[in-house]
Design a protein around this ligand. Structure first.
Ligand code: C2E
Ligand code: CA
Ligand code: CA
Ligand code: CA
Length: 277
C-alpha cells in the first residue's frame, strides 16, 4: 500500500510488473495442476535408421490449464523447477509413461522403448533410482525398455553422487541418454565419468547440417564420439528428407522429428505404430 494512491500505482504498472503478475498467476495454477489432472503426456516416435521401424517414443509433458489454456513445457518446466513442483510432476510422469509403455506390449509389434525427460533438480534432489525402480515394478515394464534423458548441463555441474545415482538406474537395465548434446560443452573426460548409453544430437545442429559446414562436422564428430564410446546416437528435430539422409549416411542410429511425426497423444501413437510395421 503506497501512500500517494493513483499516481504511484501508475508508476508501478509498466511491462515488468505485468510480467511478474502473469508469472505469479502461472505459478498459482501450476501448484494445483497435478491435483486437477491437467498434465498429460504425448509421445514422439523414434525411428530406427537401419530398419526404418518405430523403435519407441520420447514422452513429452503437456499442460492444459482450465483458465490459461495450453502452456508449453519450455515455459512451465523452468518455473516448476524453481517452485520444486518438478519433483511431484516428475514422479507422476515416470509412472504414467511406464504404464503406457508397458501397454505397448499388447500391440504385438515387437518391443517399443520409452524415453522420459528428467530435470537436473529431479536427479539431484530425489532418490531418482528408487523412483525408477518403483515405476518399473508397478508397471511391469521391462527395464531395458526405459531410457532416462538427462541434460548435458547436469553432467557439467554434478559430481560422483549424481553419477552413482545414474549408475544405479543403469544397473537395473535401463538406459541413460544425454539430451541436447553439443550445446553444453561437456568434455570427453566428463562424458567418460558418467554412465551414458545414448547421445541425442541437439536439433539446432540438425537444422543447420546442410547449410553450415561447421554444424555438419560437429554432427560427424558427435556420431564418431558416441560410437567410439559404445553409445547409440539419436538425431533430433529431423524435418526434411535431406537431413534424414545426411544423418543416415553418417551412421546415426535413431532419428526423431516432424519429418516422421510430431509428438502424438497416446492413442494416436498406437495408431502410428500399427501403420508403420
Ligand atoms: P527436448 O527434450 O529436447 O524435446 C524435444 C522438443 O523438440 C519437443 O518440444 C518436441 O516437440 C520438439 N520437436 C520434435 N520434433 C521436432 C522437429 O522436427 N522440429 C522442431 N523444431 N522441434 C521438434 P516440447 O515438447 O515443446 O519440449 C520442449 C522441452 O521441454 C524439451 O526439450 C524438454 O527439455 C522439456 N520437457 C518436455 N517434457 C518434459 C518432461 O516431461 N520433463 C522435463 N523435465 N522436461 C520436459
Ligand atoms: Ca528430451
Ligand atoms: Ca533434445
Ligand atoms: Ca531441449
Amino acid at each position: 500500500a503506497k501512500q500517494s494512491g493513483r499516481a504511484t500505482y501508475r508508476f508501478f504498472t509498466p511491462d515488468m510488473d505485468a510480467r511478474a503478475q502473469a508469472r505469479t498467476r502461472l505459478a498459482g495454477e501450476l501448484s494445483d495442476a497435478l491435483a486437477h489432472e491437467e498434465f498429460s503426456l504425448v509421445y514422439q516416435p523414434m525411428i530406427d535408421v537401419e530398419s526404418g521401424r518405430v523403435a519407441g517414443a520420447e514422452a513429452l509433458l503437456r499442460w492444459q490449464n482450465r483458465y490459461i489454456g495450453a502452456v508449453g513445457p519450455d515455459q512451465f518446466v523452468p518455473l516448476a523447477e524453481e517452485m520444486g513442483m518438478i519433483l511431484p510432476i516428475g514422479r507422476w510422469l515416470l509412472g504414467a509413461a511406464c504404464r503406457e509403455a508397458a501397454g505397448w506390449r499388447d500391440l504385438e509389434l515387437g518391443p517399443l522403448k520409452v524415453a522420459i525427460n528428467v530435470s537436473a533438480r529431479q536427479v539431484q534432489q530425489t532418490d531418482i533410482a528408487e523412483l525408477v525402480r518403483a515405476a518399473l515394478a508397478e508397471s511391469g515394464l521391462a527395464p531395458e525398455l526405459l531410457t532416462v534423458e538427462i541434460t548435458e548441463s547436469l553432467i557439467l555441474t554434478s559430481g560422483a553422487e549424481v553419477a552413482a545415482k545414474l549408475q544405479r538406474i543403469r544397473d537395473m537395465g535401463a538406459h541413460i541418454a544425454v539430451d541436447d548434446f553439443g550445446t553444453g560443452y561437456a568434455s570427453l573426460s566428463y562424458l567418460k565419468q558418467f554412465p551414458v548409453d545414448i547421445l541425442k544430437i541437439d536439433r539446432t545442429f540438425v537444422a543447420d547440417a546442410l547449410t553450415n559446414p561447421d554444424d555438419a562436422r560437429l554432427i560427424e564428430a558427435i556420431i564418431g564420439l558416441g560410437h567410439s564410446l559404445n553409445m547409440k546416437v539419436v538425431g533430433e528435430g529431423v524435418e526434411s528428407l535431406d537431413q534424414m539422409v545426411f544423418l543416415a549416411e553418417r551412421g546415426c542410429d535413431l532419428v526423431q522429428g516432424y519429418r516422421f511425426s510430431p509428438p502424438l497423444a497416446a492413442d494416436r501413437f498406437r495408431e502410428f505404430v500399427k501403420g508403420h510395421r
